[in-house]
Design a protein around this ligand. Sequence first.
Ligand SMILES: N[C@@H](CCC(=O)N[C@@H](CS)C(=O)NCC(=O)O)C(=O)O
Length: 379
Amino acid sequence: MTQPTPLDSVSTLYGAPLSLYTGRARSYLIKAGIPYRETMPITEHYLTNVSPLAGGRQSMPTLELPDGGVIRDGVAIIDHFEKHRSHEFSPTTPKQRIVSRLFDVVGAEGLLRPAMHYRWDFPEQNLAFLQYHFQAAMPRGPGRKERADKAMDRMRSAGKAFGAVPETFETIETHYIEFLKILDSHFLDQPYLLGGKPSVADFGMLAPLHAHLGRDPGPLSLMQAHAIRVFRWVERMNRPELDVGEFEIQNGQYLAADEIPDSLVDVLKHIAIDFVPETQAAAACINDWISQQDDLEPGTACPRGVGMANFQLRGVTINALAQPFRFYLLKRVQDEFESLDKQQQEDVTSLLDACDMNGLLKTTLSREIGRLNNLEVWL
Ligand SMILES: N[C@@H](CCC(=O)N[C@@H](CS)C(=O)NCC(=O)O)C(=O)O
């Protein structure tokens, strides 16, 4: 019998089953074979020792390494292991590098509207499930239910802040079901977004498609009805093995010759419909906010959102929170592009043109964002 790994030699993932961003980090740890245990961020140890090292921000996921080091934020957790493990899940060819970083932004920010709508606006299907999980994520002891109710109210309002209000419900639903079907077609031939092996693109996209859209009862049944292959991918992303038994592709490799299959171009084209105008509107809103700040000292923590940006989606106006974090990730796509040679940049530009996403390369904030003490800060 194999000896169990001693607990003090494994990392602790502070997260929760219903947390969107925990899903990305958990999947990475599973696929990379990194020993970890998962617990909710409600223990005395977390509050006293871990949270202060996480910039004082109690967000999920946060990882405590065996040596006591703490990493807050799913992107930073993956960056840490990619750096120390030879970038095992980062493609190396130009188009795949750009596309994987792009999906990382889209996963973090681009599907929050359907994720929040399908979680919060279908109480007949989801409420009991959500109550159970929110209570479980509150500190043990008296008042758990009341605290959970308050946290649920906060998250319900957050759904509205991403633009899910009764006037937009129908548009969000039509758009999401269309997206699911297009993504499902991609998984006809490919087990993962870039071929036979998961990449940062898959981990990014898993964030919204797991806890919210692929696990809460209402959206889970939608996914199973409209997109069996997307459902299987969600399952696959939570298994340590490649789990590709049904596919011709068995090599555990990214697609050869830097290929981006047409099925993935179709997915990106559909994402562009709201992601591009929303990103442009958010940049304008945040840049306007920056121009009004007299004392935005370097090192100041970035707020989660700075105002509401509005844009058109299928003839309907959407008002959504403009979040600086989107641009922290988008800058990584732009930096990756800058690091390419001229010919590679031309190839990538043609690809992004075909995806209607070229505008993203020039959509920037007037202040850059970095990380300090586990927080995103203005540079
Ligand atoms: N950018 C972070 C965001 C983490 C995050 O927002 N997590 C949510 C739960 S899924 C949370 O903890 N929200 C409370 C907070 O941010 O204070 C990541 O990618 O991990």
